[in-house]
Design a protein around this ligand. Structure first.
Ligand SMILES: *[C@@H]1O[C@H](CO)[C@@H](O)[C@H](O)[C@H]1NC(C)=O
Ligand SMILES: *[C@@H]1O[C@H](CO)[C@@H](O)[C@H](O)[C@H]1NC(C)=O
Ligand SMILES: *[C@@H]1O[C@H](CO)[C@@H](O)[C@H](O)[C@H]1NC(C)=O
Ligand SMILES: *[C@@H]1O[C@H](CO)[C@@H](O)[C@H](O)[C@H]1NC(C)=O
Ligand SMILES: *[C@@H]1O[C@H](CO)[C@@H](O)[C@H](O)[C@H]1NC(C)=O
Ligand SMILES: *[C@@H]1O[C@H](CO)[C@@H](O)[C@H](O)[C@H]1NC(C)=O
Ligand SMILES: *[C@@H]1O[C@H](CO)[C@@H](O)[C@H](O)[C@H]1NC(C)=O
Ligand SMILES: *[C@@H]1O[C@H](CO)[C@@H](O)[C@H](O)[C@H]1NC(C)=O
Ligand SMILES: *[C@@H]1O[C@H](CO)[C@@H](O)[C@H](O)[C@H]1NC(C)=O
Ligand SMILES: *[C@@H]1O[C@H](CO)[C@@H](O)[C@H](O)[C@H]1NC(C)=O
Ligand SMILES: *[C@@H]1O[C@H](CO)[C@@H](O)[C@H](O)[C@H]1NC(C)=O
Ligand SMILES: *[C@@H]1O[C@H](CO)[C@@H](O)[C@H](O)[C@H]1NC(C)=O
Length: 408
């Protein structure tokens, strides 16, 4: 197993680069394994690709990239039993298979061994291969994670073995899930942790960061796919983190925030990232084929004292509007991700699906805004009605007491 060791600063760049590429080729694998009682025993979401070198019939070496992965199936994945741990088995394209084993050793569990096989008989993928047959590479990964924690690794992990280079990133996995509930406690990989150790040098005054009371600046964010914009967002964002009983309020400065994301027919992602925010990810989904909503928020934020706060919630239901329209909320609104993490939004407008020609479609407004429009109308209508009544009463009154109109 060869791991690329990179200087920390370089790693940050690599991380940003891989985020950007992730936007160009969105393909996320996701598996929610359930046992016979339909309770989740393993949850995994990740991205991977492979580069394979093989020898050709005329003794030269050819390199092929296996990315993105097509025709993915998860046959053979299972929860395991008392004796063997759970296993994730993935098949893709023609003849590729990928497996990972998990083992438990209280108080931890481990991602044990990854094995990857490909078939060089597939002459579309491996033209002129000298050796024709199944090749398998196997790696002992041995990542240890506390039981009941979900493992997260957004950084790019590279394993190089024999003729195969394996890339993994945006990993989220929990095996031995207890009581069928995926944990909110994250265990970060070393690579993600080391990203944060640089942060305190960037944060100018770690001791006395004043809590910003002012409104955050409203930023425009968009995601493009091919050469068209597929997701639009306009919003001012204020993060409110309660960590160790201390509330940190962070305004996002759109000028210094990078945007990436992806758009698929039924899911869309918007990821923000800057020197304080390792990632702030909004995931949108479609429901009943005709509405969209904000389903998931994942966040990892470097606090003023240099510690990292991470949280995720994939069962949210905010910003609900019909497909083909946008969602708008001008007033300050609060989106509660977890007990310890809220996002205050200002001047929000968002359209994660069906963006036509890079502009927003008609907006559905939040109920907060409705009030603001309704109240002045009701009050205004009431007032003008009252004024008319008074004027009429006045005119009638005057007509009765004086005979002439000229005095009016
Ligand atoms: C595989 O993924 C890595 C990380 O995202 C990326 O740098 C690389 O270009 C990808 N390879 C291919 C062939 O797409
Ligand atoms: C996994 O599937 C179960 C049962 O279908 C569901 O209750 C649970 O919410 C799912 N979990 C995730 C993380 O998708
Ligand atoms: C090897 O063979 C392939 C086709 O069989 C040919 O396209 C390629 O140019 C050859 N390479 C060399 C170095 O001769
Ligand atoms: C092809 O790769 C093998 C090992 O991967 C190496 O031993 C060999 O020298 C390479 N051949 C050429 C022509 O580069
Ligand atoms: C996976 O299972 C499905 C149905 O259970 C089957 O149609 C498919 O052929 C299987 N794929 C592989 C690669 O075994
Ligand atoms: C994926 O499956 C479709 C049909 O099921 C097939 O036409 C296509 O060639 C497959 N793609 C790959 C890369 O095997
Ligand atoms: C998974 O574990 C079983 C036994 O525990 C072993 O036989 C099998 O080879 C392992 N598979 C991989 C891919 O490591
Ligand atoms: C690939 O293999 C099939 C049979 O296995 C053969 O019919 C076909 O001609 C081969 N294609 C190429 C490009 O070599
Ligand atoms: C699972 O349920 C048992 C009993 O209902 C409880 O004691 C345990 O704390 C639960 N574990 C988690 C991680 O929620
Ligand atoms: C990109 O734009 C050009 C011209 O504006 C168009 O011809 C091309 O089809 C577009 N490509 C995609 C992937 O939309
Ligand atoms: C931040 O959250 C705390 C606890 O939920 C709350 O008391 C406080 O008012 C919030 N501050 C802002 C600016 O939203
Ligand atoms: C962002 O940039 C705009 C224009 O360049 C500037 O007016 C604004 O003050 C900047 N905002 C912050 C918070 O730096």
């Amino acid at each position: 197993m060869v791991c690329f060791r990179l200087a920390p600063v370089l790693r940050v760049k690599l991380f940003l680069v891989c985020l950007a590429l992730g936007a160009a080729q969105p393909f996320t694998l996701e598996l929610n394994l359930t046992n016979s009682e339909k309770a989740t025993c393993l949850y995994a979401k990740w991205q991977m690709n492979f580069t394979i070198q093989y020898e050709t019939t005329n003794n030269t070496n050819n390199t092929v990239n296996i990315s993105p992965l097509d025709n993915v199936t998860y046959n053979g994945s299972n929860c395991g039993d008392d004796h063997t741990g759970p296993k994730v088995a993935v098949q893709f394209r023609s003849g590729f298979s990928w497996n990972v084993n998990f083992t438990k050793e209280t108080p931890n569990y481990s991602i044990d061994r990854i094995s990857f096989s490909y078939d060089t008989k597939d002459n579309k993928t491996f033209p002129d291969a000298k050796y024709k047959g199944i090749v398998t590479v196997s790696d002992a990964v041995a990542v240890k994670i506390p039981l009941n924690d979900i493992f997260r690794c957004n950084s790019l992990l590279i394993y190089e073995k024999n003729d195969v280079v394996q890339h993994y990133w945006s990993i989220l996995v929990q095996a031995f899930v207890q009581n069928g509930t995926v944990s909110r406690e994250e265990f970060l990989c070393e690579e993600d942790k080391s990203l944060t150790t640089i942060a305190p040098t960037i944060v100018p005054s770690p001791t006395t960061t004043p809590t910003p009371k002012e409104r955050p600046e409203v930023g425009n964010y968009s995601v493009t796919q091919g050469n068209s914009t597929c997701l639009l967002a306009t919003m001012g964002l204020q993060l409110n983190i309660t960590h160790d009983k201390v509330a940190s309020v962070i305004n996002i400065n759109p000028n210094t925030t990078d945007v990436t994301g992806s758009c698929q027919p039924k899911t869309a992602e918007l990821k923000l990232n800057n020197s304080d925010i390792k990632y702030l990810e909004f995931v949108f989904a479609v429901k009943n084929e005709n509405r969209f909503y904000l389903k998931e928020v994942n966040a990892s934020i470097v606090l003023a004292n240099g510690s990292v706060f991470s949280t995720a919630n994939n069962s949210l239901s905010y910003w609900d509007a019909p497909l083909g329209s946008s969602y708008m909320c001008n007033k300050e609104d609060t989106l509660s991700v977890s007990e310890a993490f809220q996002i205050n939004t200002f001047g929000l407008r968002i359209q994660p699906f069906n963006v036509k020609e890079g502009v927003y479609s008609t907006a559905q407004e939040c109920s907060l805004d409705d009030d603001t429009i309704l109240i002045p109308i009701v009050v205004g209508a009431g007032l003008s009605g009252l004024i008319i009544v008074i004027v009429i009463a006045y005119l009638i009154g005057r007509r009765k007491s004086y005979a002439g109109y000229q005095t009016l």
